[in-house]
Ligand binder design. Sequence first.
Ligand SMILES: Cc1cc2nc3c(=O)[nH]c(=O)nc-3n(C[C@H](O)[C@H](O)[C@H](O)COP(=O)(O)OP(=O)(O)OC[C@H]3O[C@@H](n4cnc5c(N)ncnc54)[C@H](O)[C@@H]3O)c2cc1C
Length: 452
Amino acid sequence: MPSICCYPVLSTCRLNFSQTSVNRWAGGAVLEFAALHVPAGPGERGAMYFDVIIMGAGAAGMMCAAQAGRRGRRVLLIDHAEKLAERIRISGGGRCNFTNRTVSADHYLSQNPHFCRSALARFTPNDFIALLEKRRISYHEREQGQLFCDDSAEDIIAMLRDACDEAGVQWAMPCAVQGIEARSAGSARGAFAVDSTQGRFSAESLVVATGGLAIPKIGATPFGYRLAEQFGLPVVPPRPALVPLALAPELLEPLKPMAGTTLDASARFADAAFRENVLMTHRGLSGPAILQISSYWQMQEYGSGKKRPLEIDLLPGIDAAAWLDAHRQGRSHLPNVLAEYLPRRFAHEWCALYGGDKALSRPIGELGRRDLEQIARQLNAWSLMPAGTLGFAKAEVTLGGVSTAALSSKTMAARDVPGLYFIGEVVDVTGWLGGYNFQWAWSSGWVAGQFA
Ligand SMILES: Cc1cc2nc3c(=O)[nH]c(=O)nc-3n(C[C@H](O)[C@H](O)[C@H](O)COP(=O)(O)OP(=O)(O)OC[C@H]3O[C@@H](n4cnc5c(N)ncnc54)[C@H](O)[C@@H]3O)c2cc1C
């Protein structure tokens, strides 16, 4: 007897199945998918049989589907969303920062930082760029190797969708999965059966590409984590990452007059440092340097120790002590001197906070040496303890996910569950800001597409 394990309802969907799925795409256009073509196969009665079922038609899922389809696999792509690939559409301000010229494993956080190497080496940024060039999608490079579409993220969605269609991929969308059955490997009826609002499907391989938890209002769900846990695979607890940081009221109150100012600063935590903009907000800290460091600050959650503050170097590349010392001879006041590098409003409020009335009213030369040393220390290492983050609602990605310890880095398959694959953000691999997360989705999706 094949072993059968049943999974409970994992997601819900407002729309009911009809053989012709109606889907609302970008721009409000309503397209109709052709009726699901039911391939002939060894499947059970009443179930539509495929070689591969992919859950999640986002970046990783579509890449994987197109690849598996090109190998001649009969592929079904299931997504509960009404709009295809919403996350690609809104990314990069609508232009999708689709990769980065400098991708390496050093740009990713994971309990196993080496896991991503193999996939990133087999499907590289140049491989993705080649797909764009073949399709004549124009793009441009911004600072730090970030690549964006010239026109619209829609170009990438259309490219992936067409690649899936050309590879014969079938779509079930919007479609909610109500339960999954796993049978013993090699079952003539397929190793997996999926009960959904569009009927019962079975397949030899099941690829989970349901993404992380960031921005729940565009369809993020914990589906992938729950499924992994129910198959006995470990999950590194998901945490918001690339996310603004909140400050406690007592710390925030005196900083409120600085809200709205932007600094060219370096945010540091542990061994990581990012020199980019820091934005002072009404709730705490944001801007690219803070989003980047937030992922490292969040990694503390996985340790057992006491939480540590982060540091902001307000004068990156400048030895503040020597610099202030050089100003001791003149009659300049500290806020005016700091305003050479920092926004004037910020410099004034910061001096009032850390230098007191003296720092505002007296020239630098009249401030005590010890006071100046203390101010200099804070300038180069302003220590701030966040109270937390603004959560998944404001996060760009999810830290943690399905543990890489349970997966093969060569195939993205679960080591102990034949035919089950995890790709993209649902896996415990989290990239920096700057196109690294999409590259992980393309690379891991491409790799699984060669094996599923
Ligand atoms: C606002 C924003 C901007 C971003 N900008 C960038 C950027 O410019 N560059 C970059 O590299 N990264 C960016 N990212 C991160 C990037 O979008 C993700 O890392 C990437 O989309 C992950 O790809 P994925 O395929 O794993 O998941 P997703 O693209 O999130 O796709 C997951 C799919 O699974 C579906 N799904 C989820 N649960 C279920 C379920 N229960 N049943 C059926 N279907 C389900 C979803 O509807 C979705 O279509 C951004 C993220 C956000 C939120």
